[in-house]
Design a protein around this ligand. Structure first.
Ligand code: ATP
Ligand code: MG
Length: 243
């Protein structure tokens, strides 16, 4: 579904991503792990057009997306969440999700037909139900408990009806119970036909959830495989624990 060939991203002299080849298969939950600064967020920034590769190519469902802009990528069916929560002050929970959806259809609220808005509202209600956010519809997004803010961000990303969802450390700051619920949500999202790539530091979370895991270290892929394959890889153990 998503193929990166020989992708490199330099920031000045820093090689954030080095000659990366990556294959994400449709219908899978694909994990990306690696120590701090390994290049995980940069990888998402490249895929979503927030940054462009210094060299190499990226293909999504056969189309070359290497030089596309974020809004074009969103329209092609890739959505993401951010490592740091990016909810807007002054917006309620349902408005936050609605904004994700209407942005996708046409730019500017003025251009929305009543029919579009009605349809959007119905989808928003379904998403809020899906994430058990319905009781908080009229609550300001930033007044939600932290774990629910993270769920809301995923709901907003899903409002664009993506084929591929990229989650950057969605469990960060969550307690154990919230993390378990999140894992269930991600499995349900995949069940609805959306492919998921998830960056996460919580190992038991990632091992339990992912079909396949890619390990980055200093911008390079050092392992790629099932949880068991990756867990027993000497290079991975060294990257995490030292020699
Ligand atoms: N816009 C930028 N300009 C300059 N350097 C950058 C930029 N974005 C990322 N970097 C550098 O690229 C490297 C990879 O950063 P990145 O944020 O992708 O790591 P990460 O794996 O997501 O780390 P973490 O686990 O801490 O979130 C780091 O050394 C970082 O400082
Ligand atoms: Mg990061």
């Amino acid at each position: 579904m998503l193929t990166l060939t020989n992708v490199t991203k330099n920031f000045g002299g820093l090689k954030a991503i080095q000659s990366l080849n990556l294959e994400v298969e449709e219908g899978q939950i694909h994990g990306v792990i690696g120590p701090n600064g390994a290049g995980k967020t940069t990888l998402f920034n490249l895929i979503t057009g927030f940054a462009h590769p210094t060299s190499g190519e990226m293909f999504f469902r056969e189309g070359d997306i290497s030089s596309n802009k974020p809004y074009q990528i969103a329209r092609q069916g890739i959505a993401r969440t951010f490592q740091n929560i990016r909810l807007l002050p002054g917006m309620t929970v349902s408005e936050s999700v609605m904004s994700g959806q209407l942005n996708q259809r046409i730019t500017g609220w003025k251009n929305h037909s009543t029919k579009n808005i009605r349809r959007a509202k119905k989808n928003v209600d379904e998403l809020l139900d899906f994430f058990k956010l319905s009781p908080y519809k009229e609550t300001f997004a930033l007044e939600l408990p932290y774990g629910l803010q993270r769920s809301l961000e995923i709901a907003r990303a899903l409002a664009t009806e993506p084929k591929l969802l990229l989650l950057d450390e969605p469990a960060a700051g969550m307690n154990e119970q919230e993390t378990e619920m999140l894992a269930e949500d991600i499995a349900r999202i995949r069940g609805e036909g959306c492919t998921v790539v998830v960056i996460e530091h919580d190992m038991s979370f990632i091992m339990g959830l992912c079909d396949r895991i890619t390990v980055l270290n200093f911008g390079m892929k050092i392992a790629d495989g099932t949880g068991d394959e990756v867990r027993n890889n000497p290079e991975v153990i060294e990257a995490y624990l030292g020699k």
